[in-house]
Design a protein around this ligand. Structure first.
Ligand code: 5GP
Length: 193
């Protein structure tokens, strides 16, 4: 087991409905030493790629993305959830369905902060059905930028997102891939990587 898998076993909580709660170290209270280890690991896995920007989505991706960015020495842009209509045409817009909240959100990124010169590393905390990622991929495509890779903390390997995104041909690196969870006894199985 790697450092993140060990931490999930120690502090993750398996909920009914295939939900893994990691809010004591990942997406509510945040363990910055752990995030730094994740940053080092993503730096190693995406070595040699001309990454000049990190893109994530509000809210829980932001903390991880910021610490990862400090390893790449590049800025972070986060897609904002927005209700307002894009009248001026000055933002890229994507529709994202939330797995945990079962609702649809529009996310936006200002055209000022992403364009065809950008080589983007997408970072997020979870990958489940891939809706959040597909929204971010659409935003980079609208900008004419290049996706150099995707770094995820926890992928739920039994949901379809990872397969879909890898089939598109992207380098998708998940630090922990959960293959199964059992809420009754609180156990988590990981994919061998
Ligand atoms: P997707 O868009 O890939 O279906 O889901 C990704 C988003 O759903 C993540 O950003 C995360 O907020 C949320 N999510 C999906 N599954 C889980 C889970 O098991 N636990 C937690 N904490 N969040 C999840």
């Amino acid at each position: 087991m790697n450092f993140l898998e060990e931490r999930i076993v120690k502090d993750g909580i398996v909920k009914e409905g295939n939900i893994l709660k990691v809010d004591s170290f990942l997406n509510h209270q945040m363990d910055i030493d752990l995030f730094n280890q994740m940053g080092e690991e993503f730096k190693r896995r995406f070595e040699g790629k001309p990454i000049n920007k990190i893109l994530t989505i509000e809210a829980s991706g932001i903390g991880i993305a910021c610490i990862v960015a400090s390893h790449f020495h590049v800025p972070v842009v986060f897609a904002k959830k927005s209700q307002s209509i894009n009248i001026d045409g000055d933002v890229y817009v994507a529709e994202v369905e939330s797995f945990t909240h079962k609702c649809k959100n529009q996310v936006i990124v200002s055209k000022k902060f992403l364009d065809e010169n950008d080589h983007v590393l997408i970072i997020d905390d979870f990958l489940a059905n891939g809706c959040a990622l597909q929204g971010l991929l659409s935003i980079v495509a609208q900008a004419g930028g290049t996706v150099e890779g995707i770094g995820i903390a926890v992928e739920k390997g039994f949901q379809q997102g990872g397969r879909i995104i890898r089939n598109f041909g992207y380098q998708l690196e998940s630090l922990a891939i959960v293959e199964g969870m059992d809420a009754a006894n609180g156990t988590v199985q990981f994919r061998e990587q």
